[in-house]
Design a protein around this ligand. Sequence first.
Ligand code: AMP
Ligand code: FE
Ligand code: FE
Ligand code: ZN
Length: 282
Amino acid sequence: MARIDLHLHTTHSDGSLPPAAVLELAHKAGVTALAITDHDIVDGIPEALQAGSRLGIEVIPGVEISSRLGASELHILGYCLDWQDPTLNSRMARLRESRHRRNPLIVEKLNALGLDLTYEEVRALAGTESVGRPHIARVLMGKHYVQNAKEAFDRYLAEGKPAYVPRELPEPAEAIAWIREARGIAVLAHPTWVKQNGEEGLVKLCAQLKAGGLGGIEVHYSTHSPKQTTEFLDIAKRLDLLVTGGSDFHGVTKPDIDVGVGRGGLTVPATLLEPLKRAAAA
Ligand code: AMP
Ligand code: FE
Ligand code: FE
Ligand code: ZN
């Protein structure tokens, strides 16, 4: 079955490979179409488009915007959007500024815990304006404070851990509206992050978000069990939401996830692409 991958990160946010290298991996994995979905930034798209035309891979403009609803951090993917839209880009610039306000506070907490690092080191490693906790994790890895990103999150960076600092985030409805105003399709990413109780809680939330313009749900995902995939497919059908999927490839901070195939068993069917593009053109 022809496969696509609609969830990929590059060095323009917290991925460890540049867009062209991600597309090379996609090409090797037999991916026929993909979306680069960096956090709060679209700067990787030109290089991806160029590599895509060279390799014969269709590149869908994409982005991933973090939001918060109560106890849940929800990520909203945007597809087929006017990625050069000035309003969208100034909104994302503000999100990136909120990262720069939070990250030094995380570094201060790590310093207080006896770990020696500076935010300048983090920014230099990141080499982008969309700086995230995975960049901090990589600095900690480089200094041998932790062996991998998972350990950095489990010991220090995850919510509830000693160096956690929350970030000002938009509500999901706002993130959805921003994507819609840039004429894109908004999709709920990795729905297992939703902390509403059970399948009915998720259905209720998706119905609410759909009323606010949500267009789809990320059904196929690297870490979903067959049972979860079936459950999310069922919800998409019940609510008439588009079905999408992707690996959420990040490179070194998620070393078990490969482009196109996730942990090995992921196949996002290429047949999902046409409905997405049709909805975007409507
Ligand atoms: P931030 O955008 O700075 O809030 O960092 C959140 C990002 O960190 C997520 O989008 C993931 O890419 C990554 N992340 C979250 N938890 C982990 C983990 N346990 N291991 C590796 N990466 C993680
Ligand atoms: Fe990420
Ligand atoms: Fe995400
Ligand atoms: Zn992601």
